[in-house]
Design a protein around this ligand. Structure first.
Ligand SMILES: [Zn+2]
Length: 122
């Protein structure tokens, strides 16, 4: 494979950067936090959850996240958990895109400086 010069590499990086920016603009709703299936014991006397052997309530889906420094926990139906799964996946995708955007931007910066210096002979 022939070695590409900085100008060609810069053009390729800029095209990639534009693609990432388009991907970012079409990202769906994002949610932080995580999902878990949990059972629990209510603690009420004579409830089956406290029997021997115990028969805990659930399991139920729970979404947990830090919101403004506080841990928020929400019990979800199975349908709501499906929605959250997608929103959380979108959030992962968003962070992946932003990381790659930073990486490509850094390459663009290095290549821009290199090509500028090659032509102006700093
Ligand atoms: Zn109970």
């Amino acid at each position: 494979m022939p070695e590409r010069n900085d100008t060609e590499r810069l053009a390729a990086c800029e095209a990639r950067y534009q693609q990432l920016a388009r991907d970012l603009s079409s990202i769906g709703v994002v949610a932080s936090g995580s999902l878990a299936l949990r059972s629990h014991r209510c603690g009420k006397p004579h409830c089956a959850c406290g029997a021997d052997p115990p028969r805990p309530h659930g399991p139920y889906w729970h979404w947990t996240a830090k919101v403004q420094g506080k841990t928020v926990n929400r019990r979800l139906s199975a349908d709501e958990a499906d929605l959250y799964q997608q929103w959380i996946a979108n959030d992962r995708q968003l962070r992946h895109l932003v990381d790659e955007l930073h990486r490509v931007a850094q390459q663009i910066i290095e290549l821009t400086l290199a090509t500028t210096r090659a032509t102006t002979k700093v």
